[in-house]
Design a binder for this molecule. Sequence first.
Ligand code: FPP
Length: 244
Amino acid sequence: MQATSNLPRHVAIIMDGNGRWAKERGLPRIHGHQKGMETIRAIVRTARELGIQYLTLYAFSKENWARPKAEVNFLMNLLSQYLDSELNELNENQIRFNVIGRLEDLPPAIQGTIKRNIKLTQNNKGLVLTLALSYSSRIEIVNAAKRLCEKVTSGNLKIEEINEAIFSKELSTAGMPDPDLLIRTSGELRISNFLLWQISYTEIYVSDKYWPDFAKQDFLNAIKDFQKRERRYGRAETNEAGHD
Ligand code: FPP
């Protein structure tokens, strides 16, 4: 494997290009999703082997519901299959399963499986694997604002007390560190309503590979690229003034 110094603690991935992968092969889009699920398995395994603490995957956006019904149904079936087939693997590898997004939008059976997987992996101490499902970062932020308003209205919080830390606690990622590295596959230079608040200072890495082709080595390349970067969080370069 590779140097484990300066590993990103939290890696988030926008998995894009399943449809184009299939189209290039003259296959229906669903074949791209099927192959994309295998990529998820390989990348989760690699993240765990490297010792990354948090991996967050954008599996289904709020906007994805507008896709043709047959594709949405296929993705839901695939998700259900993934949740069932991975449970043992998660536990064998100390992976804690987690979900962000509007779970209430998902079919009830899947909601049940998700809750079961969360419960049965809750004591695992290794990688935290988060799937973003029916996720919209803007909705997440609006909901956080609403909850803070409720707390103010009920007298449990003063407006002057609201700061970034208090706000973060109302997001679905509360308790998780912000992503250090955001990977997007298939070459698109967009954020697509993913973790808008949380990626303020995240390093971004775009791979031209379609998600089904994104292999272990591509993931390792992204990590290596991250390890070479100097993160300044808006400050000046190091060493000149003797502090960062
Ligand atoms: C983007 O490809 C990918 C998604 C819609 C979400 C990711 C889904 C998977 C990796 C497979 C399913 C796995 C689970 C756990 C449900 P796209 O269809 O947007 O590709 P395109 O931009 O080339 O059309």
